[in-house]
Design a protein around this ligand. Structure first.
Ligand SMILES: C[S@@+](CC[C@H](N)C(=O)[O-])C[C@H]1O[C@@H](n2cnc3c(N)ncnc32)[C@H](O)[C@@H]1O
Length: 344
């Protein structure tokens, strides 16, 4: 999934740094800003029991499949051949209709927005309604429902006509956006543990959890996730609410993150770290983030012994493409800082 701050390409760096720092394998690993679930999924494979969380519903659904579930469900009320049979139904190109997505996010619809081709928008409408209909009629378990919604969101994201986020759609069609929507079976890791997932504000949830490793990957700049990934949230919630503005936004007043606000971010991190009941705290933060490095070191060293690891990587796609944006670093490279704290 194209996602600001997705750690997929930094997983080995995180893992290697943890090993160098002597963080023991096993026990409870919590990813409290889960996003795509990529970190929880990776560490599930390393023998940890995982707890994962995020404020967004599309993220909760991604974590449901990548972290919570240990196997693909059977779909026995829909097809004798399981998920393969369900895919045959949902990937049938004749399953299409003009509906909410077509009306709100396709050029043929009322608002002429260009997030999806007309034909993909019609496919998304028919597939999403079919999933909802099966669920409301008792033909899908919760595991099956979230698996299918996740597969649809992932497939829709693949053909979205955007450059990185849903903050805007492209005026010219990118080639991927003209490919047909295709749902794929997700990889599900079995760690033989009960894993737990939440959709809560991290600073509230921290009071209810404890464990061995707490991984923190908060937003690092002022771009709120809710407006930047609103189309994914709309597909997840499927309440068909009236969308507004040029880009068809949902109301996100209850989804604003303190970590995206310069005057609140440092205090929010301080509060989170002070309430944590974990043996190790690991923080990923970008060198262009809004919390100054000195503040981070002060906050972390008040609870334990801090080690810092640094890795260069390429800037997130929309940020690279935006000629009007000015960066502290003039080139395409940014630095990921990983702070590992052995708590006193
Ligand atoms: C940098 S991203 C995490 C990316 C993730 N590690 C990955 O690999 O996909 C930050 C995430 O924090 C979530 N978030 C922001 N503020 C939050 C809060 N107060 N509580 C919980 N989640 C929050 C956002 O929705 C976003 O998904």
């Amino acid at each position: 999934m194209k996602y600001i701050g997705n750690k997929t390409r930094l997983l080995e760096f995180i893992d290697k740094s943890m090993q160098e720092s002597g963080v023991p394998l096993g026990g409870v690993f919590m990813d409290i800003f889960g996003g795509t679930g990529s970190v929880g999924k990776y560490f599930k494979n390393k023998g940890y029991q995982i707890i994962s969380n995020d404020i967004m519903l599309y993220s909760y659904i991604a974590q449901y499949v990548n972290v919570y579930m240990n196997m693909i469900p059977k779909f026995s009320k829909i097809s004798a051949s399981g998920i393969e049979g369900v895919l045959e139904i949902l990937n049938d190109p004749s399953l299409k209709k003009t509906g909410y997505v077509y009306d709100n996010f396709a050029p043929g619809g009322t608002y002429k927005r260009q997030y999806f081709s007309d034909s993909n928008a019609m496919r998304i409408d028919a597939v999403r309604d079919q999933i909802e209909d099966w669920y409301l009629n008792g033909k899908l378990s919760v595991d099956e429902y979230y698996t299918l919604v996740y597969m649809l969101i992932d497939a829709a994201d693949f053909v979205a006509n955007i450059s990185g986020t849903y903050g805007a759609y492209l005026k010219i069609w990118r080639s991927m956006a003209l490919k047909p929507l295709c749902l794929k079976i997700p990889e599900v890791i079995d760690n033989k543990c009960n894993n737990y997932i939440y959709q809560q504000d991290a600073n509230c949830l921290i009071e209810q959890v404890k464990g061995d490793v707490l991984y923190l990957d908060p937003p690092y700049n002022q771009r709120q996730y809710a407006p930047n990934f609103h189309v994914l949230e709309t597909l997840a919630v499927w309440d068909k609410q009236k969308l507004t503005g040029k880009t068809g936004q949902r109301d996100y007043s209850d989804k604003k993150s303190d970590y995206c606000q310069k005057i609140k971010a440092t205090e929010a991190l301080k509060d989170l770290v002070s309430k944590a009941k974990f043996k190790y705290i690991i923080l990923s933060y970008n060198n262009e983030g809004i919390i100054p490095r000195e503040d981070i070191l002060n906050i972390l060293s008040s609870v334990g012994k801090v080690e810092e690891y640094v890795e260069d990587y390429r800037r997130f796609r929309t940020e690279r493409n935006n000629a009007n944006r000015h960066y502290k670093e003039c080139d395409d490279k940014v630095q990921e800082h990983l702070y590992i704290v052995k708590v006193f």
